[in-house]
Design a protein around this ligand. Sequence first.
Ligand code: G3I
Length: 357
Amino acid sequence: MTRERLWLRSFLGITLIGMVLFGFSHGSISLADESEPDNLRNLASQRGIFIGAAVMSSQLNEPLFASTLAKQFNMVVAENEMKFSYLQPRKGHFSFTAADRIVEFAMKHDMAVRGHCLLWHQQNPTWLNKKWTKAELLDVMRHHITTVVQHYRGRVKYWDVVNEGIEDNGSYRRTVWYNVIGKDYIDEAFKAAHAVDPDAELYYNDYGAEGLNDKAMAIYRLVRGMKKRGVPIHGVGLQMHIDASGYPLNSGLKRNIQRLTDLGLKVHITEMDVRLTTPASKASLERQRRIYRDIMEVCLENPNVTAVLTWGLTDRYTWIPQHAPSSWAGMGEPLLFDVNYGKKPAFYGVQEALKGL
Ligand code: G3I
C-alpha cells in the first residue's frame, strides 16, 4: 500500500473514530453513516480512494443536491469557480467568494478538495489578452499561482496546475502561456505552486489521453522529463470524458496508468462522464453502468490511483448539452444521478466495483 493510500486510510479512520466518539455532532453528513453503509463515500474510504464530483457553488443552495453530494462523495472540485477568470477577473483583484463556498462546504462535510485549475487556455479574463513580454507574463503567472495557492493552503490539497497543455497530436498547445513564456511555463508554474504549499499534490491534467495514443505518449514524456529535472509534479489527471457507445479500451487505460505510476506519480481520474444519445435507452444505461464499473475496477487495481471524480453530480446540471462541442449534439445524461437525483444504473456500477462484486 502506498503512503498516499495509508495516509488516506488513517485520515478516514481517525475521522470515523472521531465521528463515532462525538456522536456525529458537528452537523455534517457523516462519513460513517452506518444507516447507509453502501454510500459511495463509505465504500470508497474503505478501499482507500477518494470519490468526488464537480460542483458550482449555486448548486449547493439546492437541499437535495447538497445532501446527495455530502452523503455520497468525499472529494469535491469546482467545475468553474477556481478558474483564472473567476478568481482574478481584474488584474490584481482576486475574488474568492464563490470558490470559498465550495471549500467551506467541503470542510464542513469532511471532504477533500481538488483545485481546478491554475493555468488553462480557456476561461481566462480578457485583461490577459494583450501583448506581454516574457518577464511580465511570468510575473502575472507567478502572482496568480502564489495568491491562489496561498489562499487555499491547508484546505486544497490537490491542484491541477496546468490543464490541457498538450494538443491531440502531442505538440504543445499554443496558449498565451506557451506563446509568450515558452514551454518552460509548465515547470515554472509547478515550482511556483510548490514554493507556496509544499504539502499540496500538484497535477498535470488533460483529456483524451486515457489510453495509449499519441497525446498520452506526449504527456508521459512531458511528466517524465519534469520528474528527471526535479520539477515538483506529483500526479497526472486523466479527465475521462467518454462516449458510452465507444466502449473504452481498459487495457490501454491500465497500461497508461501503470507507466505513469511507475514514474512515481499518482493518477486521478478527474472529470469522468459517460455521455449517451438522449433520451437514454435501457441498453445505453446498461452500457454506461458497465463502463463506470470497469473503469472504477481498473482504478482500484492500482494503489497509486487515489481519486475518481465525476464531472458533475446530476444529469440535471451536466455541462454537455449547453457547453460541449457541437459534434456531441443530442448527447448527455452522463452522470451517476438522474435529473431527479435518482440513482442510475451507473451509480450501481460504481458501487459494485467499490464493493468488489
Ligand atoms: O457565467 C455565465 C452565466 O452568467 C451565463 O448565464 C451562462 C449561459 O450559458 O454562461 C455562464 O458561463 C458558462 C460557464 O460554463 C458556467 O455555466 C460559460 O459560458 C461556459 O463556457 C462554461 O462552460 C464550462 C467549460 O468548462 C468552459 O470551457 C463548463 O461549465 C465546464 O464544465 C467545462 O469544464 C471543462 C474543464 O474545466 C476542463 N476539462 C474539460 C471540461 C469540459 O469542457
